[in-house]
Each structure stands twice: as structure tokens, then as C-alpha cells.
Design a protein around this ligand. Structure first.
Ligand SMILES: [Zn+2]
Ligand SMILES: [Zn+2]
Ligand SMILES: [Zn+2]
Length: 371
């Protein structure tokens, strides 16, 4: 694949790229399709290979393969967890998603000690978070109330690590789920199909941003009355409204919603953005995409990777740290609702937008991350 200066066309989808071959998103799609085509027996062979490699080399050589099997096929990781624990391999934490009870118990015993390396403690917290469960919750609460020596070297409490597993707890120690337990991808449709899609990315409003003058958009509209979206427990239409220009430079913005599709942006901090980089053309491009909600649910981590696309529910792909906002009203951790991969709807825009929700207070948070 030679790098050349003039624009070429992706041999698969025709989009403009600067090398001979196929574009990054087509490559990701092809790799995904390969994994989706594997039979049960083929998957079992690959799992055995991963286990053998960990046992023989003391490390997870094919992290990429493991992640794809996990994301697209939601493989049972119990055997892999056993092999990994035997070699003290604690990365990536998802190795331990289905870890057997004795492995979980042994990891809890390790992390309860005062004199382990802070890095190891951090990894153990993540691995335990990926597994979750009552024993892990109890251990995290104890570690939060009676921090061990290693805590000083970590920059966050155990609750920060818990959200990587899709859960957390409030100040009373009550368990809180920070993800929804189903995931739907956004897929390419037609503009006509988009009219009837219960989830739309990018719709216009009549408002303009008081900070920068850019047009305000509903970054996502969700009609929870569609039966596919029963898992959200939303009985109407909600809109995640923001200034798409300012969101890129903020730590996240909040809006108050009703289930009748009314949303109001809450006062955020001044972010001193004065130039509207979107202009009407950008708004036009963002709002004219033809993505629609997929027909069938996919595994929870389906979109949790580079080129994961946009999705509703499940796990996000955090480009930086996993960032669950606390609701400005009740103070509890919010719940991750959706992600939008910017460059699928706006050419040249990097990163992802993330939408989080507190249904108790009817508040939505929207945040942006990029490399
Ligand atoms: Zn392509
Ligand atoms: Zn703005
Ligand atoms: Zn709240």
C-alpha cells in the first residue's frame, strides 16, 4: 500500500483516500464480517489458541483477535481468565468478564493487600470491574472506605474503575448500573427510511448558540416507543440537544428533556468559543446523514472499538478515559446511552460524541472525546 499525494478512491466504497487500497472503515468492516462468519467450532479453536498462547508465553499475544471475538461474538472468557490468572496477565481487563468464582476470589484477596504495586492494584480493580457481581461490589466499597496503601498512587477511587465494567454505586453503597443491557447499531439506510427510524442522528432546530452563533442541533433523537427500544424504558421522544461546535471544546454539556421531545440546554460554563466552524454547510452535512436504527440487537461491546460506528445502549468506545458524568441534579452516576462516531456523519471531524442520561431527573449529558 504505497502512500501517494493525490486522492484515490477506496476500492470497496469509493470514498476518497490517499493510498491505494481500501479505507480504514472498509477494512474494519471486512474484519468484523470475518469474525461474524466463524462457526462455533472455529471460535472454540481460537479460544483454545488464545489460552495456549497465554500459558506458553505469559502474555496475550493476539489482543486484537481477543477483542474482536469479545466485541462481535461476546465469547465466554472463563477459560481465558483461568489461563490469564495462572500467568498473572491482567490486561486487558475484559479477559476476566466471565472469570470463575475461585479466580475472582483470589483477585479480591490480592487487591485487599496493602503492599502490592499500585499498577497491579489498578489492573486488578479493572479486571474485577469487568466481572462485576456482589462480592466485587462489597470489596470495592470496603476499599473505598478503608483505602489501602496503594490508593495514594492511583488517581481515582474504585468507583471510577467500576464504570469500566458498566456499573457503579451511590454514596450509600447501593449498586447502580451505568449501561443499558442491550445494544443496537446505527446502520446505513436511505433518507426515506430515516424518517421512520426511531433513532436519528442530527436534526435541526431553530435555535442558535449564544456563545458562537452556530445552529443548535439535536445530536440524537430517540423514540423509545419502538419495541426494539423497550430496554431503555423511555415512553416518548427524547432529544439530546447541543451546539455541535461548542461541544468539541467543552467538558460536556447538559440538557433537560421531556418525553414529548422538548429539550432545553442547561447553563454550562463559558468555554470562550467564538468562531462558528460548522457554518450552515456543516449543519447541513451533519443533519443529512441517512443512518437508521439496526433491525436486531448486537453484543454489548459491538461498537466498543475504533471504527465501532454509532450505537445505542451497550458499551461505548472511550477514546480517552471512561467518563461517566454525575447528574447535576441528584449527584448519582449517569447511565451511558449512545455514541456517535463523528466522521461517519461529518467528514474530517475526529472522535466520538457520547450521550448519557439520568432518567430520574430527566437530564441528558453530551460529551466529546478525541485522540
Ligand atoms: Zn471504503
Ligand atoms: Zn456554540
Ligand atoms: Zn439525576
Amino acid at each position: 500500500m504505497g502512500i501517494t499525494r493525490e486522492a484515490k478512491k477506496c476500492r470497496q466504497c469509493g470514498r476518497e483516500i490517499y493510498f491505494d487500497g481500501i479505507c480504514v472503515s472498509c477494512q474494519a468492516e471486512n474484519e468484523r464480517n470475518e469474525i461474524l462468519a466463524l462457526t462455533k467450532d472455529e471460535i472454540a479453536v481460537k479460544i483454545r489458541q488464545i489460552c495456549d498462547e497465554i500459558t506458553n508465553n505469559g502474555e496475550l499475544g493476539e489482543e486484537d483477535l481477543f477483542r474482536k471475538l469479545l466485541n462481535y461474538r461476546d465469547i465466554d472468557t472463563s477459560k481465558i481468565a483461568e489461563a490469564a490468572f495462572g500467568q498473572e496477565v491482567f490486561y486487558p481487563c475484559e479477559l476476566y468478564k466471565d472469570a470463575p468464582d475461585d479466580v475472582v476470589k483470589a483477585m479480591i484477596e490480592m487487591v485487599m493487600q496493602d503492599d502490592i504495586e499500585p499498577d497491579l492494584a489498578g489492573n486488578l480493580l479493572l479486571c474485577l470491574a469487568a466481572h462485576g457481581g456482589e462480592d466485587v461490589l462489597r470489596a470495592f466499597l470496603e476499599l473505598e472506605r478503608q483505602p489501602r496503601k496503594w490508593r495514594k498512587q492511583l488517581y481515582a477511587d474504585p468507583s471510577f474503575y467500576a464504570v469500566y465494567g458498566g456499573w457503579s454505586y451511590d454514596e450509600n453503597g447501593a449498586f447502580i448500573k451505568t449501561i443499558f443491557d442491550k445494544c443496537y447499531p446505527m446502520v446505513k439506510g436511505t433518507l426515506d427510511e430515516k424518517k421512520y427510524s426511531p433513532v436519528k442522528i442530527g436534526t435541526k432546530t431553530d435555535e442558535t448558540c449564544p456563545e458562537c452563533g452556530c445552529r443548535i442541533v439535536n445530536l440524537m433523537e430517540i423514540d423509545g416507543r419502538d419495541s426494539r427500544l423497550d430496554f431503555l424504558g423511555i415512553n416518548g421522544v427524547i432529544k439530546a440537544k447541543c451546539c455541535p461546535n461548542c461541544i468539541e471544546y467543552s467538558d460536556g454539556v447538559f440538557c433537560r428533556y421531556t418525553e414529548d421531545g422538548e429539550s432545553e440546554i442547561m447553563n454550562g460554563e463559558d468555554n470562550s468559543v467564538t468562531e462558528d466552524c460548522f457554518k450552515e454547510e456543516g449543519i447541513e452535512e451533519l443533519t443529512s446523514n441517512s443512518y437508521v436504527l439496526g433491525d436486531s440487537p448486537v453484543p454489548l461491546r459491538y461498537a466498543a472499538d475504533w471504527e465501532g460506528g454509532s450505537s445505542v445502549g451497550g458499551f461505548a468506545f472511550w477514546i480517552q478515559d471512561c467518563e461517566m458524568k454525575h447528574c447535576p441534579e441528584c449527584g448519582k452516576p449517569m447511565k451511558y446511552l449512545a455514541q456517535i462516531q463523528w466522521d461517519t456523519v461529518l467528514e474530517g471531524m475526529e472522535g466520538n460524541a457520547y450521550i448519557e442520561i439520568c432518567k430520574d431527573c430527566r437530564i441528558i449529558a453530551i460529551l466529546h472525546q478525541q485522540t
